[in-house]
Design a binder for this molecule. Structure first.
Ligand SMILES: Nc1ncnc2c1ncn2[C@@H]1O[C@H](COP(=O)(O)OP(=O)(O)O)[C@@H](O)[C@H]1O
Ligand SMILES: [Mg+2]
Length: 266
């Protein structure tokens, strides 16, 4: 339903995106994964309509939207820095877009979303009184109440830590599946991309390195970049975690055996 054909983007003499061809089906969660500076945000902004493309086509539901302005595309984005309004409380931020288009979401739908995102107790707080995770969820809710045809998220989890990150990942998945919402997420974290999405688009040096399901990428990396930079990173992470758990096990074992010895002696 969303198709990019031979999309090219340059800034001055620098080619940022070379020849991007890509298809995203309705309801799919797709991650755009690549190193810093590889053109991920640029690609997201091209789809959003915030940035013009040099050549190529963007097609949505069979319609060429390459030159359709951003407001008319009906896609919506959660920016990397959330871009919340500091002078409004959380609730007013969430419902901001509905001031001019009140019929897009009913009061019940807004309440349901607030419930789903666990924001009920924070609605009257100022933005500077919210934690990183709460700000992220407010930004997410503000975008979702506008019922975008495609939801774009630029590094939505990078400012979050540990448990909150995992819980927001789950919420993004739940919402995308519940609303059958096509979701495109930019990330530089392989673990995040591979555990969150139906498909992962790996970009490097302005080109697509591989586009496939997490399973395909894990089992059939199509080139050395995917192998070295993506899989290797995951492998190191996995080994570190296994080592940690193994050590904990080892400590427990020795504790038990000392204990047992103590019993035997006793
Ligand atoms: N408006 C702009 N003008 C000039 N160069 C830009 C502009 N936006 C991005 N770039 C350059 O394009 C490259 C890709 O940027 P970006 O898409 O933000 O990368 P990523 O999101 O993958 O980190 C970078 O080298 C960046 O400096
Ligand atoms: Mg970026």
């Amino acid at each position: 339903m969303l198709k990019l054909e031979h999309v090219k983007k340059t800034y001055g003499d620098t080619t940022i995106l070379k020849d991007i061809n890509l298809e995203i089906k309705k309801g799919e969660i797709v991650s755009i994964l690549g190193p810093s500076g590889s053109g991920k945000t640029t690609l997201l902004n091209l789809i959003l309509g915030l940035t013009d493309i040099d050549s190529g086509k963007i097609i949505y539901d069979g319609e060429d939207i390459t030159h359709i302005p951003m407001e008319e595309r009906g896609f919506n984005i959660v920016f990397q820095d959330y871009a919340l309004f500091p002078h409004l409380n959380a609730y007013k931020n969430i419902t901001y877009g509905l001031r001019n288009k009140p019929n897009i979401s009913t009061k019940e739908e807004v309440e349901e979303l607030i419930e789903l995102l666990g924001l009920k107790d924070h609605l009257h707080k100022r933005i500077d009184q919210l934690s990183g995770g709460q700000k992220q969820r407010v930004a997410f809710a503000r975008t979702m109440v506008m019922k975008p045809k495609i939801l774009l998220l630029d590094e939505p989890l990078s400012a979050l830590d540990g448990v909150i990150k995992e819980s927001i990942k789950e919420r993004i998945k739940t919402i995308a599946k519940e609303y059958n919402l096509t979701t495109i997420i930019v990330t530089h974290d392989p673990e995040e991309a591979l555990t969150l999405s139906d498909k992962v688009l790996i970009v490097n040096g302005g080109s697509i390195s591989q586009y496939g399901t997490p399973h395909e990428i894990m089992n059939a990396p199509s080139n050395s970049f995917v192998q070295e930079f993506i899989l290797r990173q995951l492998e190191i992470k996995r080994n570190n975690i296994l080592t940690l758990f193994h050590k904990e096990g080892a400590i427990k074992e020795s504790y038990t055996s000392t204990n047992e010895k103590a019993w035997q002696v006793g």
